[in-house]
Design a protein around this ligand. Structure first.
Ligand SMILES: Nc1ncnc2c1ncn2[C@@H]1O[C@H](COP(=O)(O)OP(=O)(O)OP(=O)(O)O)[C@@H](O)[C@H]1O
Length: 457
């Protein structure tokens, strides 16, 4: 029965209490209880600090599991991520969000601060390590005689979403534009570069191929050095952006084929532009304005259709080259031995939700925020609201999902849609038991409660 209920749940919500930090541990934190039912758990919290009466709140049975403050990252990995590895090894997409207020433990959970202690490894690195173990098993399977054994690895994309842009942490933090293309897909691309040979390249977010776990660790470690930090309402070093870490199962052949697509696109841009320019030039030369202000065909310069056709033919040839490169990418997925190809983990370390309730908090240690940081805080809240709405709309099977409501949800669109094919999405609420943060924790729980309820529809 429990399994049936959980299987029908499209979006799982977990909760994780963090321990009180050394500075906070002079108090016991507010009262908190987990009530386990047959299928899910609910949480109740109560506090009497800063109010004349005890304030109590109890959630619905919305949480798939509640992890106590004694749980290590390895426990969270075993309960949340490990069960989804087989899905990713079948080519599915699994999304995992960490949601909570600033300082509640999102970065600790998703990325981790200690890369050397395997119990404290963040979930994304734990997932990478487990993926390589699974890939090792695939490597030992026999292959058809006619096929070569392919190099299997994990491509890492690492970027942060700040305001209306993404910043590629594996490509010198370059600013990338988030746009919806004519194909209805979201494209995240860097600025246009003009290469020496006149080709024009617009790079997508860099996917760094890694052929062993240590290379993933190095990529994440290096990329995160460029992450933006600032002064949040809770602590100084908190992240002010959403960090997205994608791990995709790839082969060398797939990576080469994708590079080829980028190269063919670069060639096509100037050729396509030339064809358009030739057409416009011919059309404009072929029409003249009379003294009466009328436009008539220019008898001295009829449209030179041959020039237009030649430019169009050249464009068609380059379009064909691009199509062939795209077909090579598709062909990589054809091998039955590569069922794992394209399987993805998407980890999102959301920026602090900044639900700071000045009316009920007496915090005096709060660092002062600059105007820019306050503006960032508002944008973060907009993103988080949009994300909640997408999760609700998706879980309740609405026909229109409001992906366009924020840059964050635009970026996540393809991952949410891919997740519908045998994948899984989940959220971990990170919760602080500290009295001062009661209202912030309450708001996180209310949000998770809504999402958890919607996810069970
Ligand atoms: N479960 C935990 N066990 C031990 N320490 C933790 C845990 N969760 C968080 N911490 C510690 O609490 C502090 C704040 O955590 P963290 O930086 O992960 O918060 P955050 O939610 O990512 O904040 P922000 O959104 O502002 O970046 C860190 O020093 C972290 O090591």
């Amino acid at each position: 029965m429990a399994d049936q209920q959980q299987a029908s749940s499209s979006f799982k919500v977990y909760a994780r209490w963090r321990p009180l930090t050394a500075i906070e541990s002079s108090t016991a934190g507010f009262e908190r209880n987990t009530i386990e039912s047959e299928t899910n758990s609910s949480i109740s919290i109560s506090s009497h600090v800063n109010t004349n009466r005890t304030r109590t709140w109890k959630s619905d049975a919305s949480f798939t599991k509640v992890f106590p403050e004694t749980a290590a990252n390895s426990d969270i990995f075993a309960g949340v991520v490990a069960p989804t590895v087989p899905r990713v090894m079948q080519g599915a997409t699994c999304n995992l969000f960490a949601y909570g207020h600033s300082g509640s433990g999102k970065t600790h959970t998703i990325i981790g601060y200690n890369y050397d202690d395997s119990n404290q490894l963040g979930l994304c690195l734990g997932a990478a390590r487990r993926l390589f173990e699974a890939l090792d098993q695939v490597r030992t399977q026999p292959v058809e005689e006619t096929r070569e054994r392919e190099d299997l690895g994990v491509a890492v994309r690492l970027y942060e979403v700040r305001g209306k842009h993404a910043y590629d942490l594996l490509n010198n933090n370059i600013e990338c534009y988030i746009r919806e293309g004519p194909d209805g897909q979201t494209h995240v691309r860097g600025q246009t570069e003009t290469l020496e040979d006149g080709k024009v390249r617009v790079r997508p977010i860099v996917a760094r191929p890694c052929w062993c776990y240590e290379e993933v660790q190095e990529a994440v470690r290096t990329g995160l050095k460029g992450r933006t930090t600032g002064s949040s309402s809770i602590h100084d070093e908190s992240s002010r952006t959403h960090a997205v870490i994608e791990l995709e199962v790839v082969t060398r052949r797939l990576m080469d084929a994708r590079e080829e697509v980028t190269a063919r696109e670069s060639e096509l841009v100037p050729v396509g532009k030339r064809a358009t320019d030739v057409y416009i030039e011919e059309q404009s030369k072929s029409i003249i304005k009379t003294p009466e202000g009328k436009y008539i065909p220019n008898p001295g310069h009829p449209v030179n259709q041959a020039i237009i056709d030649a430019a169009e033919a050249e464009k068609a040839e380059y379009e064909n080259r691009l199509r062939m490169a795209e077909d090579s990418v598709k062909a990589c997925f054809d091998s039955p031995q590569n069922a794992c190809l394209g399987g993805k983990f998407i980890f999102v370390d959301l920026a602090g939700s900044e639900y700071f309730d000045a009316a009920t908090s007496t915090s005096t240690s709060r660092p002062k925020q600059t105007t820019q940081e306050q503006r960032q805080g508002r944008q973060i809240n907009t993103d988080l609201f949009a994300l909640k709405e997408v999760i609700r709309a998706k879980a309740s099977k609405q026909s229109r999902i409001p992906f366009r409501a924020s840059p964050l949800t635009m970026i996540l669109r393809s991952h949410f849609l891919a997740e519908e094919r045998e994948g899984q999405s989940a959220m971990i609420l990170t919760l602080s038991p500290e009295e001062e943060q009661f209202v912030a924790t309450l708001n996180t729980l209310k949000y998770g409660n809504l999402v958890g309820e919607a996810g069970r529809r």
